[in-house]
Design a protein around this ligand. Structure first.
Ligand SMILES: [Zn+2]
Length: 59
């Protein structure tokens, strides 16, 4: 894999995992304290391929 990665974990449930590829594609994955997580994938041309927020406690 080529690109850069940013990973952060505060140790209590909050996790950020962001990847930026050399071509410009970006992939972010954030998990929050309440268990919900957000995923977003943006292609190098700016098109958003995935943009979802899943809440574990929904419903
Ligand atoms: Zn790309």
């Amino acid at each position: 894999m080529s690109g850069s990665r940013y990973h952060e974990d505060d140790g209590s449930g909050m996790v950020c995992d962001d990847v930026r590829y050399d071509c410009g594609c970006r992939e972010i994955s954030h998990q929050f304290h309440d268990g919900s997580c957000r995923t977003r994938v943006t292609r190098h041309d700016g098109r958003v391929l995935v943009n979802q927020l899943s809440a574990e406690h929904a419903e």
